[in-house]
Design a protein around this ligand. Sequence first.
Ligand SMILES: Nc1nc2c(c(=O)[nH]1)N[C@H]1C(S)=C(S)[C@@H](COP(=O)(O)O)O[C@H]1N2
Ligand SMILES: [Mo]
Length: 527
Amino acid sequence: MNAQPAPPADRSDRLRGAVSGLVAAVAGLALAELAAAAVRPEAAPLTAVGGTVVDRTPVAVKEWAIRQFGTADKLVLTLGIVLVLGAVAVLAGLLAVRRLPAAMALAGSFGAVGAVAAVSRPEATWRDALPSLAGGAAAAAVLYLLVTALGRPRPEHSPAGGAWAMDRRGFGRLVAAALAASAGAGLAGRRLGAFGSAGATASRAGFVLPPPAVPAPPVPAGADLRVPGVSRFLTPNRDFYRVDTALVVPRVDADTWRLRIHGDGVAKPLTLDLRELLARPLVEHDITLTCVSNEVGGPYAGNARWLGVRLADLLREAGVRPPSQGGPADQLVARSVDGMTLGTPVEAVMDGREALLAVGMNGEPLPFAHGFPVRMVVPGLYGYVSACKWLRELRLTTFDAYDAYWVRRSWAAQAPVKTQSRIDTPRPSADLVAGPVAVAGVAWAQHRGISRVEVRVDGGPWQEARLGDADGDDTWRQWVWRWEATAGRHTLEVRATDRGGAVQTGERTGTVPDGATGWHSVPVRVA
Ligand SMILES: Nc1nc2c(c(=O)[nH]1)N[C@H]1C(S)=C(S)[C@@H](COP(=O)(O)O)O[C@H]1N2
Ligand SMILES: [Mo]
């Protein structure tokens, strides 16, 4: 405190201070959201700070968060940031009652934190600082208004002797006005945001998938065993898992989209727009996509019918040769519009497998969340080393010369998919009745194929499951095993064998650095 100590704050002062701080924060955020809708969605402070946290979170914490919260991890992250912001807002409000300038400076400096985060995001320009700066200034201004306008010292009316006796009704009105203005700004931001992405939305709505020059054969009738509780053979787009670092889904306008192909050994660099890309023959192919972050038995796997251009053909057109034919580049680095980088072996992309630049997913243009307008899909590789969504650049380089995003965060540079199998039914800890029980699920070993699935009960002998028909080697396979369940507690386990004869290892490892191994095991109770 300074030379003229203010009288001690009483409870209502503190309450008013805390409320003022929170209202100021809400107002600041709302204005920032509105401004971000005008600048670009990624520049919103919560999004920018959230993105920075995502990029800087240690792998162990991130894996823990994915385990705990699954696909809701982004929501949890945003809530966490909101909580921290709320706590600081309350502190700033308490401070404001006694030292208003310091509290305003605190509010402003929080805006500055958002601004620094925003300009440090991939593809950001200095304009990205504006929403946060405006938000910080608005928060400081609202704090000032709330704390001063009704804070005239009126000691004679204040039996408690507090210097900041408050006119409750007036304060309440001011708070209500600030909140109403914030809600208005928030709504306007929404509207403006939708307007900003209207071009992208229209470009997707108007996008008619061209017919494939090479259609995929129909899925064999017996691929889907139709056992209740088992994942459908083709995953509907709305159920397809989503894993990415984007806190706001990029909405790319197909009409202005461009793809650039360049780098080491690219004799003829290319820049293509969508029409030029689609002038090439389109291939349709069924591929199961899996995430390296998937725990044994986890949900991050999906199977879709993709439509796209053969990546190998496009690379050859650009003059690229794979390392086995003397090409200088062994890594293909895909970059997305949101600055994500994924490194794929050039050899794998050009070895004859159906590596695609996909535009279609299960007969629809890619959903925005899955990479509209163009993404990569490569059979046999985990998503983080192959499946770049919202693709915008392909650069040829070497693994020695460049580490992609996840490789800088302790994941392996090379990550072929590991053979895995999952029990979809019965669910863990299910209560069953003695008698026949269908134990069933899926197994995958993309680009090698699945030749056998076995199940065992309580560590007993392995028993062969019946397989669904194979739809090529790049997709998962369903399996079912009929169990004569007996009363008691039991543990079911599953393992798969690929077409090369390699049996899925039972050794339990975590997801880092190149994918989990071990057998999925499900405890059940039989009455
Ligand atoms: N631009 C971009 N592409 C990305 C990612 C990402 O974070 N950003 N995540 C990758 C990862 S880790 C996986 S597993 C797949 C998931 O694709 P999906 O969300 O369509 O299932 O996308 C890949 N492509
Ligand atoms: Mo992933």
